[in-house]
Write a protein that binds this ligand. Structure first.
Ligand code: IMP
Length: 196
């Protein structure tokens, strides 16, 4: 029988991207599918701590193996901001567009547009915790392009492409993606660990 892991997120984009990478190697259950309807807080000052908080909340609730991820966009000339605050960059209750607008305003006169997405996965497996990181380097463009994806995808071009993530179909984003790289490490770990 395939191992089951709960993916502790309410973000359907993340579920779609991670399920695409995991395929049918493991049985991934979303919070919704597990019948869990809670907003998990992200109160900490690092991606690692927030990821850890999410997986431990769900582990305590279900006593099942689970994982979560936290992702941030780190912009060099903004000293790594929005980083861990990526979801709430423009303030509580603001949306993806507000966050992009604030980012572009803050970068308006900056020549250095280098940035990276960084994903940290926290896995709780048999009561032990493990971390996996994935990084995608790229740059922030001045005018947003494309309608696919979510978050900052319309202003981020990964190195090695001339399209924003929002101009790519999911298959193409997966080639470059921070989330895919972290998920590859998770899959490899589970296989090495004898989890099928
Ligand atoms: P969190 O991991 O849910 O805290 O995500 C933080 C924020 O980062 C999200 O609300 C998005 O704005 C942004 N984000 C996370 N992953 C991606 C991505 O793959 N593309 C674009 N934006 C992302």
């Amino acid at each position: 029988m395939k191992s089951t892991l709960i993916f502790a997120t309410n973000n359907q984009h993340k579920v779609d991207e991670i399920k695409k990478v995991i395929g049918d190697a493991f049985n991934i259950i979303t919070l919704k599918e597990a019948g869990i309807d809670i907003d998990i807080p992200e109160p900490h000052d690092s991606l690692e701590k927030n990821a850890s908080e999410k997986s431990s909340v769900i582990h305590k609730l279900t006593n099942q193996n689970c994982f979560s991820e936290d992702t941030g966009l780190e912009v060099d000339v903004l000293n790594g901001e929005p980083g861990v605050k990526s979801a709430r960059y423009a303030g509580e209750g603001k949306n993806f567009q507000d966050n992009i607008d604030k980012l572009l305003r803050n970068l308006a006169v900056k020549a250095n547009r280098n940035a990276r997405f960084r994903t940290v996965i926290s896995l709780v497996l048999d009561d032990k915790e493990y971390f996996f990181e994935g990084i995608c380097e790229g740059k922030i463009i001045a005018d947003q392009k494309g309608n696919n994806g979510f978050g900052y995808d319309p202003v981020f071009i990964p190195n090695g492409s001339n399209k924003t993530f929002a101009e790519m179909e999911m298959d193409e984003k997966t080639i470059f993606s921070h989330r895919r790289k972290a998920t590859d490490k998770l899959i490899q770990f589970l296989k090495d660990h004898g989890t099928h």
